[in-house]
Design a protein around this ligand. Structure first.
Ligand code: ADP
Ligand code: MG
Length: 698
């Protein structure tokens, strides 16, 4: 058997392959494009394309595709084969530099949020040479950006790359102020921890709600859920282990650094974490990971659920976005340094993040807003919809000391003097752990925990990079050319800490008392749902931020607004329609059958022995018959809501209607159906129960 280092990245046209297959000139010219964004010459593109094709064909590829990330949140690909007719009636395999660099898919069926009228169907895909090409399903996949005929970004990659560039530019200005002249660029890195559920395919196929919507719309609580805490980090069952093993193999071949795997809190819930990578690569890899997870699951008779809340009453799935900034010289800017002076630089970058998160709480919240994630945020297991930062005790104490102009008393009770030029020296805080904070400092990185499991991580990172780059810009503007850098720096750090103290919270984020304190005393935002959060995207301060650092044009912002809300509306609308369908076609007929059976049993029993009370049958009959009426009423109310929804044309209005009218009616319908499930014999219930779904895999 081959060892992992032998096949890791076997399907990736990575640096090693480039070196081996390209001439020195072509290689160094391509490297310049990758590392410094230098334009690509046609001859170089042709040479790279030809080498890529040779390499891919030798590995069984027959097609190529520009692989991109439209605003649907998933990836898209249109395959073209390499074949080209030759005069002798046969074919040769061809691939040109032009085909590598640019594609022209018909863009008309992708959401554009008004950026492109349907008649302007043309869209362009453009090669992103910073993310390696790879082979998937016999197809050479070329990571690309996707834009409209007019040049507006129609994807998630383009703004992500722009946000990384914005941060790079401002971070370099700050580093220069600290005398770092060797650093050429600053990149953000991300390690996304991916949660998911695995259930048996057979039970999945019997659940229309899972098939249509990815989550259960009905289902009473099973006798056992996650209360015993016996699943978290538990022994991995053989079928799951076989799945994980094959998944790792597939991901490793694609160069994805799959590293950690374990069972999560809820039954049937698991997690996979890769080793962190540069943000755009991490984003591409996370998209690939989600796709491969679902494919590999099918091969094992399993279904991988990536929905944020597949089951009520047990934990949902999120994605923890571990984020840091590092220089090309290998320095993580969020690592506390060895000397007070290094720590001043660290503290300034830390301040930049604190200021960014406080100033742009709304952008961060809305970057993870979807109908699915609304079920999670604010529920018991996920971070609340209120954004706050966990800093840990030591950093918080340092911060408070700086604000009060007091000496900082460190862990060893040594007193650190705080003057204009002496910022404290302290230990890296490695002991604190807080699982409930939406945004936690974990020693040398921040962990943004509000992302939903099915979200592309692009949006969250775009907003985070944008907000931090803005703090850095403000700092650089103020610190460049000051006569006394050190005292200006000290004042700046002190000002940030005191202005943004309200966003720091080290306590339990799941506590109701916190939400009250956060909103009433600290004035933090509590944007509970997608329709609450999204309108904030159009606020002047947010539009100014995103346009001024060149991440989005105003039209692009508007399009994201429309698409996100439209997606929210469509998602819930499909769920409501599915509920009506299941209630009318499955639940009510099943219950009526049960009512009939009970009535017949009573008749038969009393016909045989008139003195029998038939206590059980009669009480069941009374309860079930009453529930049938209640369900009929509830489904009718939901149908009325669906009809009214259809008459609303404005997407903002529609989303508010869904939040205030349709979702509550869905909850009412579910509640009466779940009640009926509890008193109906299992074989009469028309689909598998939570017990079967959650404990189906051995
Ligand atoms: P946890 O205890 O939360 O599971 P880990 O330390 O195992 O955290 O890391 C979780 C994720 O954070 C992994 O994907 C890891 O690669 C990533 N990570 C570690 N260091 C960094 C960093 N400097 N920048 C970004 N991500 C990082
Ligand atoms: Mg973590």
């Amino acid at each position: 058997m081959k060892s992992v280092p032998d096949y890791f990245g076997a399907l990736v046209f990575d640096d090693r392959v480039m070196k081996a297959t390209l001439t020195d000139d072509v290689y160094s010219s391509l490297k310049k494009t990758i590392d410094e964004g230098a334009p690509l010459q046609t001859e170089v593109a042709n040479a790279v394309a030809s080498a890529m094709k040779e390499w891919a064909v030798a590995r069984g590829a027959t097609h190529f595709t520009h692989w991109f990330q439209p605003l649907t949140g998933i990836t898209a690909e249109k395959h073209d084969s390499f074949i080209s007719p030759s005069p002798d009636g046969r074919v040769i395999m061809e691939f040109s530099g032009k085909e590598l660099i640019k594609g022209e898919p018909d863009a008309s069926s992708f959401p554009s949020g008004g950026l492109r009228a349907t008649f302007e169907a043309r869209g362009y895909t453009a090669w992103d040479p910073t993310s390696y090409a790879f082979i998937k399903d016999k197809t050479l996949c070329i990571p690309t950006a996707f834009c409209s005929y007019g040049g507006e970004a129609l994807d998630k990659k383009t703004p992500l790359l722009r946000s990384m560039e914005a941060l790079n530019k401002q971070a370099l200005r700050i580093l220069r102020l600290f005398g770092n002249s060797d650093v050429k660029c600053v990149r953000t890195s991300v390690g996304p921890e991916q949660e998911y559920f695995l259930i048996d395919e057979k039970v999945f196929l019997e659940r229309k709600d899972l098939i249509m919507t990815g989550r259960t719309l009905f289902g009473a609580k099973p006798p056992k859920g996650q209360e015993m805490a016996d699943h978290y980090f538990g022994t991995i069952k053989p079928r799951v282990a076989a799945f994980m093993s094959e998944l790792n193999d597939e991901l490793w071949k694609l160069g994805v650094l799959a590293k950690t795997e374990h069972n999560e809190v809820a039954p049937a819930q698991h997690e996979l974490a890769p080793i962190y990578a540069t943000t755009n690569i991490a984003t591409d890899h996370n998209q690939l990971t989600m796709e491969i997870m679902q494919k590999v699951a099918t091969r094992h008779g399993l279904v991988c659920l990536l929905h944020e809340k597949p089951f009520a009453g047990v934990n949902g799935s999120g994605k923890h976005n571990n984020w840091s900034m590092a220089t090309d010289t290998g320095v993580n800017l969020l690592t506390p340094g060895e000397t007070p002076y290094e720590n001043a630089q660290f503290l300034l970058f830390l301040c930049a993040v604190i200021k960014a998160v406080d100033d742009y709480q709304d952008l961060l919240r809305l970057s993870v807003a979807t109908a699915g994630n609304d079920h999670r945020l604010g529920a018991n297991e996920a971070p609340p919809a209120v954004i706050s930062i966990f800093l840990g005790d030591e950093l918080t104490a340092i911060m408070d000391a700086i604000v009060r102009d007091e000496p900082y008393v460190g862990a060893e009770k040594t007193v650190m003097k705080l003057g204009a030029s002496v910022l404290p020296n302290f230990n890296r805080d490695s002991t604190d752990r807080n699982r409930t904070s939406p945004f936690a400092f974990t020693g040398n990185k921040f962990e943004f925990r509000m992302l939903g499991s099915s979200n592309s991580i692009a949006c969250a990172n775009i907003m985070l990079n944008a907000a931090v780059s803005e703090s850095l810009r403000v700092y650089a503007d103020r610190l460049e050319n000051v006569p006394d850098f050190e005292s200006a720096l000290h004042d700046m750090i002190k000002k940030t800490f005191s202005d943004h103290r309200r966003i720091i919270f080290n306590g339990n984020g799941y506590d109701d008392a916190w939400i009250k304190e956060a909103t009433e005393q600290r004035g933090l935002l509590n944007l509970r749902t997608t329709p609450d959060a999204l309108p904030r995207l159009l606020c002047k301060k947010n539009v100014d931020l995103l346009t001024s650092c060149g991440i989005y044009s105003e039209a692009e912002i508007r399009s994201r607004y429309e698409i996100t809300l439209d997606n929210y509306c469509k998602t819930v609308n499909i769920e409501a329609l599915t509920m009506v369908d299941i209630t009318r076609k499955n639940i009510l007929p099943a219950l009526d059958g049960y009512v009939k059976e009970l009535a017949e049993t009573i008749g038969a029993k009393q016909g045989a022995l008139p003195e029998l009370s038939c206590r059980y049958e009669k009480s069941s009959l009374t309860k079930v018959a009453a529930l049938v009426d209640a369900i009929d009423l509830a489904v009718e109310r939901l149908e009325t809501s669906l009809i009214r929804y259809k008459t609303i044309t404005d997407v903002t209005e529609a989303s508010v209607f869904i939040r205030d009218d349709m979702l509550p009616k869905m909850a009412e319908l579910r509640s009466v159906c779940d009640e009926a499930e509890m008193i109906t014999p299992e074989e009469r219930w028309p689909f598998p129960t939570y017990g079967k779904l959650l404990f189906s895999v051995r």
